[in-house]
Write a protein that binds this ligand. Structure first.
Ligand code: ADP
Ligand code: MG
Length: 699
């Protein structure tokens, strides 16, 4: 068996445990000191009790002895005075028996009478039988001899009765007998201390038992006291352990108002504070995390609409709001519009527009520039209480969104999730978040502006290139046309003359007519070229757009009908007035409508619509149900000489001329096409203001 399991090791362990766990503990120490104090007190009282009881017993014994001696002295007085030893010897027994009604003292051992000079007169010793006193013989055992010896001189001098311890277990009293103040003799009694010793022992035994009981009671009491002191301490220690394990649920109960109670109160306060710190710390951590991810998320995209949507959803999460709404502000119309709403009241608020009220929240924030926290929304003077009540809004906070010193919107959180009102902490978080949103929005709008600028630049560049190209072509075309025009006129003139004057067989005549036709076609192209290159700005005036449009339809109606195309004119007759050259505009309409008819070789519908979009522009739309424009041709159709009509020949000049004319009128042409199902050509022209239109109508 290993040594550590031996008895020695066990004892050692036991003692060590005792010394650290028990002796070190408050409970043990308190028990020990309280018991010790009790024990010492009990011991002191016991010693006192012994001394006192000894004293009392001796006094009692002395009293009894003296009373007996006095009785004897009284009875034997004359004979002592006369020193009649014979008389005394005769009378001493009756006198002894007559004391105390005959109950002679059982402790009486010897009895003797002496004359005034201390000489022995008569004496008795008692052996076994208490009532049979035996005459003291002249010589005898030691006890009798000591009785017979004369009293010492010292003893004879004394005035008071003498009580003393004579031998082991024997006490004696010597009483001087007086008459008229003169000592005439002495009575001497010897008493056994046995009875006294027995009583003393009995008392001692009782005292020991009482001492033990007191010590036991003392132990019990001291334990109770120790427990009452250490119980709250151990509760406190258990609670501290729980706190360490973050398991602290309820405060330690406080009883009384002592130091330990105060300690417990302090501990409870401390635990409470610690717990609150922990809660706020973890809340802070969580907020920081959400803020961080929200920030990353917001910075990610540059699309403003998506950003607005994200903002509301993220904020809802961040401040645990029931609903978060982002209102944008239209400074011109003085209107707030909820651009993005997330949460429970999304349907009630989304798209809601509200005018900015004089004393309302917007002006409040705009003038103070600070966020606003309202804990009771229905009774706040800045809010419409009825509206708040009808929407069920109890608590709200609003922070401004800024874009370089201009307030561009408000971010508002309504109602804390799970009841309660928003607090300062929420507001601080919300404000930090709104700053993030502001800068994200600013980034996005800067990006968008940049993108628009880039697009415009690209478009302008394209237009510039096109214009340059056209100008070059225009110049070339003008020169060629001019050069070709004169010979062409001769060719046409002579051909016509020959057809009229010569009487040719039919075959040759038709050949000449063919030459005339083709030459006419060439002249048409040449004229188109000249038109295209003519730089002169035509004379313009306010006129009704519908006029050239009607003339175009009238002109093409026949061709359309023969081609199986129905023309629908979808406009009421109200004049649509623009600054224009009617002839040029008619040419534009004819070109576009002709193209439309040509796109529907098998017949179809041509719908002509006129709309005034807003107050500034007129739209004239030609929608055909033709073949449409192939994707790869879309970008080129306005180029001069671009044509897909190979047979019967397009010149490829119609659209480029039209484009140029419309551009000179300050307008533009838009095209939409779905290959296979038709195209829409839209001529957009700036309108003349109403008063000018009225003048045009009158004139
Ligand atoms: N309504 C239309 N539907 C389909 N394609 C069209 C239409 N209008 C114009 N186009 C296309 O645009 C090209 C250029 O038209 P245009 O300049 O008028 O020249 P042309 O008519 O002489 O070909 C046409 O060849 C045709 O391919
Ligand atoms: Mg054409």
């Amino acid at each position: 068996m290993a040594g550590t399991y031996g008895i020695g090791a066990f004892i050692e362990r036991y003692i060590r445990q005792f010394s650290t766990r028990w002796w070190g503990g408050v409970r043990c120490r308190v028990s020990f000191y309280v018991s010790l104090a009790l024990f010492l007190a009990a011991a002191f009282f016991t010693i006192f009790f012994f001394i006192e009881s000894d004293r009392l017993l001796k006094a009692e014994m002395r009293g009894r002895a003296l009373a007996f001696a006095r009785h004897l002295a009284t009875m034997l007085l004359p004979d002592i005075a006369a020193e009649r030893a014979g008389e005394l010897d005769r009378k001493i027994n009756p006198a002894f028996i007559s004391f105390d009604g005959g109950a002679a003292d059982p402790d009486l051992r010897t009895l003797a009478v002496y004359d005034r000079s201390g000489r022995f007169l008569v004496g008795r010793t008692r052996q076994e039988a208490p009532h049979r006193a035996v005459r003291v013989p002249q010589t005898g055992p030691a006890e009798a001899e000591s009785l017979q010896a004369s009293l010492t001189a010292e003893t004879r001098q004394m005035q008071e009765p003498l009580f003393r311890r004579a031998a082991a277990g024997i006490y004696e009293v010597i009483l001087p007998v007086r008459t008229g103040g003169e000592v005439i003799g002495f009575v001497r009694l010897g008493l056994s201390g046995e009875w006294h010793a027995a009583r003393y022992t009995a008392n001692a035994r009782k005292a020991a038992v009482i001492l033990v009981i007191i010590v036991l009671i003392g132990l019990a009491i001291s334990r109770a006291i120790a427990v009452s002191i250490t119980k709250p301490l151990s509760e406190l220690s258990a609670a501290a352990d729980e706190l360490k394990r973050r398991n602290w649920s309820a405060p330690v109960p406080v009883q009384g108002r002592g130091e330990i109670s105060r300690l417990i109160e302090t501990f409870n306060d401390m635990a409470q504070t610690l717990l609150q710190r922990e809660i706020s710390l973890s809340r802070g951590n969580r907020d920081l995390f959400i803020l961080h991810t929200a920030g990353l998320d917001l910075m990610e995209g540059l699309d403003i609409d998506a950003l607005l949507q994200k903002t509301a959803a993220r904020a809802e999460d961040l401040v645990r709001a029931d609903t978060v709404a982002l209102a944008t502000v239209d400074q011109a119309d003085r209107e707030m519009k909820y651009a993005s709403v997330s949460g429970g009241k999304a349907t009630a608020l989304a798209g809601l527009e509200r005018a900015i009220e004089a004393g309302g929240i917007y002006n409040w924030i705009a003038s103070y520039g600070t966020p606003l926290l309202i804990q009771d929304a229905q009774s706040d003077f800045r809010l419409n209480g009825e509206l708040m009540a009808s929407l069920g809004i109890r608590s709200l906070m609003t922070v401004p969104l800024w874009s370089s010193n201009t307030m561009t919107g408000l971010l508002t959180a309504f109602n804390k999730k799970g009841g309660g009102a928003f607090d300062k902490h929420d507001l601080r978080l919300f404000t930090v978040f709104s700053n993030l949103v502001s800068s994200a929005l600013q980034n996005a709008s800067l990006y968008n502006d940049l993108k628009t600028n880039m697009d415009e630049l690209e478009e302008a560049q394209g237009q510039f290139v096109r214009a340059a190209k056209m100008a070059a072509i225009g110049e070339l075309a003008a020169n060629v046309a001019h050069e070709v025009n004169n010979p062409l006129t001769s060719v046409l003139g002579y051909t016509t003359h020959l057809i009229k004057t010569l009487d040719l067989p039919e075959q040759q005549k038709s050949m000449l007519q063919m030459i005339e036709q083709e030459t006419l076609r060439v002249r048409k192209i040449i004229r188109g070229l000249l038109d295209f290159s003519s730089q002169r700005s035509s004379w313009r005036r306010p006129a009704d757009l519908l006029q050239p449009l009607r003339e175009t339809v009238a002109l093409l109606q026949g061709v359309a009908e023969s081609g199986g195309v129905r023309i629908f004119e979808e406009y009421d007759g109200a004049p649509v007035v623009a600054y224009m050259n009617e002839n040029e505009m008619k040419q534009v309409f004819i070109n576009i409508a002709t193209n439309a008819l040509q796109a529907m070789p098998g017949g179809g519908d041509l719908r002509i619509r006129v709309r005034s979009a807003g107050r500034n522009e007129a739209h004239v739309e030609f929608a055909d149900s033709g073949v449409g424009i192939a994707e790869e041709h879309r970008a080129r159709i306005f180029e001069p000489f671009f044509s897909t009509k190979t047979e019967g020949g397009g010149t490829g000049l119609g659209l480029s001329i039209s484009y140029r004319i419309v551009q000179n009128h300050g307008g533009r042409i838009e095209v939409e096409s779905a290959p296979g199902s038709g195209s829409v050509f839209r001529v957009i022209l700036p309108l003349v203001r109403q008063d000018a239109a009225a003048r045009a109508g009158a004139g």
